[in-house]
Ligand binder design. Structure first.
Ligand SMILES: Nc1ncnc2c1ncn2[C@@H]1O[C@H](COP(=O)(O)OP(=O)(O)O)[C@@H](O)[C@H]1O
Ligand SMILES: [Mg+2]
Length: 263
């Protein structure tokens, strides 16, 4: 079922992942491969375990069974040194942005950079922060507090905080949820420009089909604790799988709608 992108290396491999919380079995033998340079979108109804999967991939939580490999190394087997290097190479845009409310935009944006790249001078940090803010269209907002920002601006600031340390793997959890359609489209464009700029491998978790079509190379469908369908964006809509079809049907996808997704 998993279509290989020709020649591309697997960067993220989830193999037969099982994860329960008490009696609640969330991931039930989930397998997934993400190839170098692609943006894989994971679609699925809410509550199926998409955020749980991202937490497994970034290594915040360990599976009960199965394993995650990042660039060929199992997270559970990594030496401290490799583990630290791996953590440094990954960035996650959390649902809800998760900016630090007591820090201004500059301090927020510099946060991971200060943590991970302690050799940088204050001047270099300021420069890199200014560049990252420029990339997301938040030039000159350094002194603003998160409470002064709109929802879309908070998302952008969270993205700047991620871009600034140039991760090779970027995970986005519901990046457009709760945003108005215009702001959501701006975030989609930013995901695409970030991808180009960083030459990253990305996973975007969403239930926004338009966003999936705009940012994804391949689309996967998460259901009942597993990935039950995965295909290129072009082939995904043709998948003859009842849960996938029901998901699209509920979202009222028309040919005109999809046409608009490709602009
Ligand atoms: N830390 C946790 N403790 C207990 N239950 C959790 C925890 N994290 C997630 N869950 C449960 O796992 C299920 C999947 O959650 P989640 O991954 O957040 O879904 P979604 O697909 O909407 O992102 C939900 O029923 C949620 O309540
Ligand atoms: Mg979630």
């Amino acid at each position: 079922m998993d279509e290989n992108k020709s020649n591309a290396q697997p960067i993220i491999v989830a193999h037969d992942i099982w994860k329960s919380y008490g009696k609640l079995q969330v991931l039930r033998g989930l397998s997934l491969t993400v190839y170098e340079g692609e943006t894989l979108v994971i679609l699925g109804p809410s509550g199926v375990g998409k955020s749980v999967l991202l937490r497994q991939i970034i290594g915040i939580e360990a599976p009960d069974k199965g394993y995650i490999e990042i660039e060929g190394e199992r997270i559970s087997n990594m030496s401290q040194k490799v583990r630290f290097k791996t953590i440094k190479s990954m960035g996650m845009l959390f649902q809800g942005s998760a900016l630090f409310d007591s820090m201004n935009v500059e301090e927020n944006t510099a946060f991971y950079l200060r943590q991970h790249e302690q050799y940088l001078s204050e001047k270099e940090i300021k420069n890199r922060v200014a560049n990252a803010l420029k990339m997301v269209g938040l030039e000159g907002t350094q002194q603003k507090m998160p409470s002064d920002l709109s929802g879309g601006m908070r998302k952008r600031a969270a993205l700047a905080r991620l871009i600034v340390y140039r991760p090779r793997i970027v995970l986005y959890d519901e990046p457009t949820t709760g945003l108005d359609p215009i702001t959501a489209m701006q975030i989609n464009d930013l995901i695409n420009s970030t991808q180009k700029e960083l030459k990253a491998t990305s996973i975007v978790v969403t239930h926004d089909i338009k966003s999936a079509m705009v940012v994804g190379d391949r689309l996967a469908f998460h259901y009942d604790g597993k990935i039950i369908a995965i295909a290129s964006k072009e082939d995904f809509l043709k998948i003859n799988e009842p849960h996938v079809q029901a998901f699209f049907k509920n979202a009222i996808i028309t040919p005109e709608y999809l046409e608009n997704c490709h602009d």
